[in-house]
Design a protein around this ligand. Structure first.
Ligand code: XMP
Length: 319
């Protein structure tokens, strides 16, 4: 962590708490929580500086992991954050209806997020600042001089008409540094070591048009994959794992009868900063158990594949 000189996490927290106090004074700050490490660490840092003057908003876009909304909202409350949960899945599915292009889908999700967030933000009287959990790789990837690779909706998403100043205390940190700060702020290892999860959520892991039915299938398959990695001790050896809904129907057989169902792809990569990534060689017996459990328990899936592509030239997310 640098600010002219190298700082450890403790010094970084002290410095940022003072800087946030100086920047926002007694103003109200609003922050969109995503359930991920970056926005949570941002919230904890600002909460330490200004307490309940920080109003957090946690939007359920319907593209979170299975049970994620309820679990994470509860966790935020335990952490003492001033947070309002907003259920808005229907609006996101409506906005994405008929869209199959990944970039248009990201834009539709991003725009809906801003609309929902904006409406909530306007209900917070006296808000003067918008805090964001932007970290350095988000900025670096969005500024690629070879054109946009993917539009990350947590960069540059501030609507002008909100007239809010920006608070981005983590913007020069890499992910591992954000985690160090998370530990320093007292977050549990099980939370701090969560894998990164994209802002558009399962929306970029469900290829083609988004529907509640496809997302429900993906949530079930993803839960089996992630829980198995946790149970076998592999979760913490992996930087990011994902299940992807591939809407390609293939022929299968179940109880002697033909099936014609979708494909789930499993992904597990190691990385330092998400700019490059290599595939984790998850043991075969774990992959075998996961494929069996998914096909036996998730209706609508009859084939599971493992993605062996590194970044470059694939990206981590499929869309
Ligand atoms: P890619 O797919 O570009 O992903 O290799 C690199 C890292 O960024 C995450 N990601 C996102 N994070 N909003 C985010 O907050 C986004 O739109 C987004 N797209 C990708 C991805 O999960 C990986 O960690």
């Amino acid at each position: 962590m640098y600010n002219g000189e190298k700082l450890n996490a403790k010094a970084f927290v002290a410095e940022q708490v003072a800087a946030i106090k100086e920047q926002v004074g007694s103003d109200v700050v609003i922050l969109g929580l995503s359930g991920g490490v970056d926005s949570t660490v941002t919230a904890m840092l600002i909460n330490k500086a200004i307490g309940s003057k920080l109003q957090c908003i946690f939007v359920d876009h319907g593209l979170l992991r299975k049970n994620e909304y309820e679990d994470v909202l509860e966790h935020y409350k335990v952490l003492g954050l001033n947070v309002k949960g907003v259920r808005a899945a229907d609006r996101f599915f409506a906005a994405c209806k008929g869209i199959t292009d990944p970039e248009l889908k990201r834009k539709a999700i991003g725009k809906t997020f801003i609309d929902v967030f904006n409406e909530e933000a306007h209900k917070v009287s006296d808000a003067k600042w918008l805090a964001q959990g932007t970290i350095w790789p988000d900025i670096a990837e969005s500024k690629s001089d070879k054109g946009t690779i993917k539009s990350h909706h947590n960069v540059g998403g501030l609507p002008e008409e909100m007239h809010l100043g920006l608070v981005e205390p983590l913007k020069y940190l890499y992910k591992f540094e954000v985690r160090e700060v998370g530990f320093e702020l007292g977050l549990d290892a099980s939370f701090v070591n969560r894998h990164p999860f994209p802002g558009p959520g399962l929306g970029v892991r469900c290829l083609g048009e988004l529907t509640p039915e496809k997302i429900a299938i993906l949530q079930e398959a993803d839960a089996i994959w992630i829980n198995t990695l946790r149970e076998t001790g592999w979760y913490d050896k992996i930087w990011q794992a994902a299940a992807i809904f591939v809407p390609v129907k293939t022929t299968g057989v179940s109880d002697g009868c033909r099936t014609y169902d979708n494909v789930i792809a499993l992904r597990a990569v190691n990385s330092v900063d998400a700019v490059t990534a290599s595939v984790v060689q998850v043991p075969w017996d774990i992959l075998d158990k996961v494929q069996h459990d998914i096909i036996a328990n998730v209706k609508g899936v009859n084939r599971v594949v493992f993605d062996i592509s590194s970044k470059p030239q694939a990206t981590i997310e499929w869309e």
